[in-house]
Design a protein around this ligand. Structure first.
Ligand code: DHB
Ligand code: FE
Length: 313
């Protein structure tokens, strides 16, 4: 049975009351957005003839999503983070601030306040002896190719199980998380371990919805970056390692062609020794180009909830 009620005065009146249009107080923008949101949900119920059983399943889904802390995981899976990036790219284009290394999504697993060092950092705590050693290095430059010294390169990535310290309590504090200030040549270098890709919790709410969409919940092996320096646009980005099964099939839609990097195995003992290593390692090079801006609001990361932000030094 298909009934149509959206056009009725009863429904129009209900939506206006729901959104507080007949009330003095509150926030006008929120009222308008909630009005549109509820209208569109009502419309979906009508258009798809959503049953009461289906509707309550959706309500319980949202409850579970909150309970297991996956709302910020589902959002990228549904393309929201990527969509916001597309909008920010378009805004940059409009403001004449396009260019430089492309942005991509932050993801929900950043932890503020990682140890800071100058030029070089060791990121892993040495506990995973079977992991492949990674030397991650690059230069930060401006759009003219001039080195940018004293930029803060804030790097975080998963371990060989695809897990992130802090969220994975079995890892030491700030394992695989460091901030490195670029040296006078704009260079940064990290010694770490090659990360594995990430998979959504298999029994979680995000994966449950992805299953209904016939989608997987995997990300390729990747490394996150924030790069900041006064006078330049703050950059949130990631690199995806080439050759991963999911490099071009990321459930969170973060891959961009310019951000896919080769991981090069280095067998030369002389080169290993340069980094104080006595075995072959894998080198990953990521050079970063920043775009100058005098707008202070573009020079820092946008606000959102982040672990330990505001608490850590
Ligand atoms: C997501 C992003 C990540 O970087 C990650 O490691 C896991 C999940 C995400 O966007 O959902
Ligand atoms: Fe990640």
């Amino acid at each position: 049975m298909t009934v149509k009620t959206m056009h009725t005065a009863d429904v129009k009146d209900l939506l206006e009351k729901v959104a507080g249009f007949n009330q003095e107080g509150g926030n006008e923008r929120v009222k308008k957005i909630v009005h549109r949101l509820m209208h569109d949900i009502f419309q979906i119920v009508e258009d798809f003839d959503v049953t009461a059983e289906e509707f309550w399943q959706a309500v319980y889904y949202v409850g579970d999503l909150g309970k297991n802390g996956e709302a910020a995981l589902l959002a990228p899976g549904l393309g929201m983070d990527k969509y916001l990036d597309i909008r920010m790219d378009a805004e940059d284009e409009q403001a004449g601030l396009a260019g430089g290394t492309p942005r991509t999504i932050e993801g929900p697993l950043y932890v503020a306040g990682a140890p800071m060092s100058e030029g070089f950092a060791r990121m892993d705590d040495g506990s995973d002896e079977s992991a492949e050693t990674m030397i991650l290095t690059g230069q930060v430059t401006d759009e003219n190719g001039q080195p940018v010294a004293n930029a803060v390169v804030d790097v975080w990535h998963a371990n060989t199980m695809g897990n992130y310290s802090y969220f994975d309590q079995s890892q030491t504090d700030y394992n695989l998380r460091r901030r490195i200030k670029t040296d006078e040549n704009g260079r940064y270098t990290a010694r770490s371990i090659i990360p594995a890709g990430y998979g959504c919790p298999p029994e979680g709410s995000t994966q449950a919805l992805l299953n209904l969409l016939g989608r997987h919940g995997n990300r390729p092996a990747h490394i996150h970056f924030f790069i900041a320096k006064p006078g330049y646009k703050h950059l949130t980005t990631q690199i995806n390692l080439a050759g991963d099964e999911y490099t071009y099939d990321d459930f969170a839609f973060a891959t961009r062609e310019e951000l896919v990097v080769e991981a090069n195995r280095i067998e030369d003992p002389a080169k290993a020794e340069q980094f104080g290593l006595n075995k072959p390692f894998t080198e990953v090079e990521f050079n970063i180009q920043l775009v100058a801006t005098d707008k202070p609001e573009l020079q820092s990361r946008h606000e959102r909830k982040r672990a330990l932000e505001g608490e850590a030094a």
